[in-house]
Design a protein around this ligand. Structure first.
Ligand code: PLP
Length: 388
């Protein structure tokens, strides 16, 4: 298929959520229709459901190179981030009350930190450079004797900035071996090969990797104690009570498995899409690339000067093209995202920022169609806003 039909949907908002992979849908359905038992039940129906959980846990553990007893399922990454940050801080508060994070973290981490400040914790929010990178020296100089936790995401969801979290964790532990290192891996898991050797806790979410919504996981290394947020029947070794979302867990396992079966090929394809996009856009005047060149290819943040992002977003939508302004998790906020604010881009560029998120299902034809649309729309909209 070389030609893209005008009314076809071109979904380029894959950092917000992804379409379910057909294999994942097939893996989920039996757990609604046939294997509906409660995994805690002792009879056959329970055992069938429990088997799905066991298999998915093993898949995730193998990808992360950890033990299956170190993987805990949650209702998504927001809960997993909350559990990691608040759970670890509350469990360790007798040892210290200092936490380090950075300004471009996802709200799930930042708001957890703010909640902890109200409980008397002291949080250092590190600055970043203009591409969202953190300076290792600044990180290390912030580590104190009472630092119990460092929370730095693996890949930033708005810019694609890759933080060398393995290296950071090693350096932090060399300065204070007692400090736990947590990383939000929502935008990295399933999209790149992972080396998380020195990392104590790591989160992931199924719906960013062509899995279902409402299911995620938290890695917690053996021996680390965290306080649960949800109390009840003691599922997930007591870290997260509540009857498990069996279809979701089955879907997460399948989505993770197929993401890593072809990770090299998928990454190369997505890199090619990004390069094609950037190459074609050079023909449009006054476009700024806000993402770092060495970021995750899946995420491309661009500003089209003088065109408010909402306007371009909806103009693209009329052509069947879906992108994102700011972060989708911020629920369509009009104001500048906290990430763009943290990297201190000029206001004019910040209000005109759009994020394109590519997936393995996107094609070069879709990218060409999108760029053609942008070449038409950008000058036309600038003419309306008073620019050429
Ligand atoms: N962390 C990051 C980096 C994200 O991008 C997102 C979602 O956008 C989340 C956490 C929240 O994940 P979930 O939608 O599974 O709660």
């Amino acid at each position: 298929m070389n030609e893209v039909n005008k009314m076809q949907e071109i979904y380029l908002d894959n950092s917000a959520s992804t379409p379910l992979a057909p294999e994942v849908l097939a893996a989920i359905l039996p757990y609604y229709a046939e294997f509906y038992g409660n995994p805690s039940s002792l009879h056959k129906k329970g055992i069938e459901a429990e088997r799905a959980i066991k298999e998915s846990r093993q898949i995730i553990a193998d990808i992360l190179h950890v033990k299956n007893t170190e993987v805990f399922f949650t209702s998504g990454a927001t809960e997993a981030d909350n559990l990691a940050v608040k759970g670890a801080a509350r469990a360790l508060k007798k040892r210290g009350k200092h936490i380090i994070t950075q300004k471009t973290e996802h709200e799930a981490v930042l708001e957890s930190c703010k909640a902890l400040e109200k409980e008397g914790f002291d949080v250092t929010y590190l600055d970043t450079d203009e591409f969202g990178n953190i300076d290792k020296k600044s990180l290390l100089s912030a580590v104190r004797e009472d630092t119990i936790l460092v929370a730095i995401m693996h890949v930033n969801n708005e810019l694609g900035t890759i933080h060398p979290v393995g290296e950071f964790a090693k350096a932090v532990k060399a300065k204070n071996p007692e400090t736990l290192f947590f990383s939000d891996g929502v935008q990295s898991f399933g999209k790149m090969n992972l080396d998380i050797k020195n990392i104590d806790m790591y989160t992931l979410s199924a719906h960013k990797i062509h899995g279902p919504k409402g299911i995620g996981a938290l890695l917690v290394r053996e021996g680390i104690n965290i306080e649960p947020l949800v109390h009840g029947g003691g599922q997930e070794q007591g870290f997260r009570s509540g009857t498990e979302n069996v279809p979701g867990i089955a879907g997460l396992g399948k989505a993770a498995q197929i993401s890593y079966e072809n990770i090299g090929e998928n990454s190369a394809h997505i890199k090619e899409l990004r390069e094609e996009f950037i190459w074609t856009l050079r023909e449009i005047k006054d476009v700024q690339i806000n993402s770092p060149e060495n970021g995750l290819p899946n995420i491309l943040n661009l500003s089209f000067k003088e065109i408010p992002s909402e306007i371009l977003l909806h103009a693209l939508e009329e052509k069947g093209i879906y992108a994102s302004s700011g972060s989708a998790c911020a629920m369509g906020k009009q104001n500048i995202s906290h990430v763009l604010e943290a990297i201190k881009i000029d206001y004019d560029w910040a209000v005109s920022a759009l994020r394109f998120g590519f997936s393995r299902y996107n094609t070069v034809e879709e990218i060409n169609f999108t760029c053609k649309a942008l070449k038409e729309l950008v000058p036309a909209l600038r003419a309306v806003t008073g620019r050429k």
